[in-house]
Structure formats: C-alpha cells, structure tokens
Ligand binder design. Structure first.
Ligand SMILES: [Zn+2]
Length: 58
C-alpha cells in the first residue's frame, strides 16, 4: 500500500483515505464528529466502533 507523504489538504485526500480504509477491510464510516472512522468489518451489525478512540457511534 502506498504511503503518501503529503499533508491532508482536502476532500480529495479524505476520499483517498476513505478508500484506503475500505480497501483495508474496514467499515470505515466516519464518526459524526469527524476525525475517526469505524474499524469494524464492513459486514458488522449494530453501532460503529473505532478501535483507537474506543468510541461507539451510530
Ligand atoms: Zn461501522
């Protein structure tokens, strides 16, 4: 997987990060407050959850 050294600078980068997350096998729905994504599998049921922040969200 290519790792970009560019700073995140907008929607195009966000979209790329989202695609990377999906490609990585995550649900990757963004937290409503931003800044984190669901790290459960794409097929999971119920609430989303971010492993790193340990926060659940709808
Ligand atoms: Zn999810």
């Amino acid at each position: 997987m290519p790792i970009t050294r560019q700073r995140p600078t907008g929607d195009r980068i966000a979209a790329a990060a989202r695609s990377a997350g999906r490609a990585g096998g995550y649900c990757w729905v963004e937290h409503p407050g931003g800044g984190s994504h669901c790290t459960l599998s794409p097929e999971h049921r119920g609430r989303h959850f971010n492993f790193y922040t340990r926060k659940e969200f709808d």
